[in-house]
Design a protein around this ligand. Structure first.
Ligand code: NAD
Ligand code: MG
Length: 397
């Protein structure tokens, strides 16, 4: 296609792993894309460098003091970028009328409100922030339907499934002749470990993923298989699937990014080198294809593809997530909130690796479920789960 003017993009979480990969792809196509706003939490130095490279209209940080610092630096560098701070500013740059595309790449529940703001204003939303959808699935998907937003999954597995499904996959999987979604998992750095071995692992080991380089929170989630659990919930909402229609397949090479199985026996897969720029470029250009800067897949150097089932005894988080989706209502929001607290506690060495699943299960059993059709119900469940996670932490000492 030929664009009269480049499309305007806001990158939420620009300094993160997904954010910087997004900017890498965008910079390869200046005739197609232009950066409207970049946001970060506290990493003001990194945001300054990104503003110098991409010259956005707006930059957003969490705190006023960081925003003031950034404004001074930008002015000194001769840039006209305007700086704002706080949650309202995040929602504003996600929903501004001049914005066409929003990359939702904040990590965790902090991304919910700005991502919803982008959805409600009918943008093309590139969804990396899976926690936002996991927390608020029902209301998130009805907001997509109401606003006409184009929701494009960036999580590599969901991007793969999206590519393997017929173009119009609304109306349930069975309607499209799809019998099962096969969600691949690398198995993480501790594949093959038992509970006893897992008790001794460190945050450094958990963050050293064999195939993907990612932020610390998702790295720990990959190690516990909570990431696959969150992805199972994400897939249920994105593709209108039931948990029993999704099979997790451990595939250590991370070359097949996921698959769709059809009633005629066909299984369609999407393959590629493990590089998030592929799904990001797909989301940006869909239904077209653009260069992502990713090397072509060399099957002779891959040589073999292995598959095994997931060990839910050693990695109970996958089961906990499936059960949360089956329970419905606020259960996924509670699971997500408890997991966020547990992962931070593990990274701070306050609990061991197995403590993550233990905490999530305890909180799950303590917090009463409610429907999750309204945002206040979701936010209340999130808060309550965080409070109880703190109680569990106190009791461990
Ligand atoms: P990251 O930690 O590298 O980056 C997170 C970004 O969010 C940073 O820009 C940070 O400044 C910002 N941020 C953090 N806390 C914030 C807060 N409270 N308020 C506002 N901004 C905040 O994380 P990442 O690995 O890039 O992951 C981002 C999201 O994408 C996550 O939801 C993750 O699950 C998802 N995802 C990541 C990958 C990957 O390969 N990294 C793959 C699939 C999905
Ligand atoms: Mg993924």
């Amino acid at each position: 296609a030929h664009f009269d003017s480049p499309q305007s993009i806001t990158v939420l979480g620009a300094t993160g792993s997904i954010g910087t990969s997004t900017l890498d792809v965008i910079a390869r196509h200046p005739e197609r894309y232009h950066v409207h706003a970049l946001t970060a939490h506290r990493s003001r130095d990194a945001l300054l460098r990104l503003c110098q490279a991409h010259r956005p209209q707006l930059a957003v940080l969490d705190r006023a003091e960081d925003a003031d610092w950034l404004a001074i630096q930008l002015k000194a560098a001769g840039l006209a970028t305007e700086v704002r701070h706080g949650e309202t500013a995040l929602a504003e740059v996600a929903s501004a009328p001049e914005v066409d595309i929003v990359m939702a790449a904040i990590v965790g529940a902090a991304g919910l409100l700005p991502t919803l703001a982008a959805v409600r204003s009918g943008k093309r939303v590139l969804l990396a922030n899976k926690e936002a959808l996991v927390m608020s699935g029902a209301l998130f998907m009805s907001a997509v339907a109401e606003s006409g937003a184009a929701l494009l999954p960036i999580d590599s597995e969901h991007n793969a499934i999206f590519q393997c499904l017929p173009p119009q996959h609304r109306g349930g999987l069975a309607h499209q002749g799809v019998t099962q979604l096969l969600l691949t998992a690398s198995g993480g750095p501790f594949r093959g470990y038992d509970r006893q071995q897992l008790a001794a692992v460190t945050p450094e080991q958990a963050c050293a993923h064999p195939n993907w380089s990612m932020g610390r929170k998702i790295s720990v989630d990959s190690a516990t298989l909570m990431n696959k659990g969150l992805e199972l919930i994400e897939a249920c909402w994105l593709f209108d699937a039931r948990p029993d229609q999704i099979q997790v397949v451990v595939h250590p090479q991370s070359v097949i990014h996921s698959m769709a199985a059809y009633s005629d026996g066909s299984v369609l897969a999407q393959l590629g080198n493990p590089d998030m720029r592929t799904p990001i470029a797909y989301g940006l250009a869909w239904p077209e294809r653009i260069d992502a800067g990713v090397q072509a897949l060399d099957l002779f150097s891959v040589a073999r593809l292995d598959f095994e089932s997931a060990d839910e005894q050693a990695f109970p988080c996958l089961r906990l997530a499936r059960e949360a989706m089956q329970a419905g209502g606020t259960a996924p929001a509670i699971l997500n909130a408890a997991n966020e607290i547990a992962v931070s506690a593990f990274l701070e060495r306050r609990i061991g690796f197995n403590g993550i699943a233990d905490m999530v299960e305890w909180v799950r059993d303590e917090v009463a479920l409610t429907p999750a059709d309204e945002l206040p119900q979701v936010l209340a469940a999130d808060q309550r789960a965080r409070q109880l996670a703190q109680v569990w932490l106190e009791r461990q000492r």
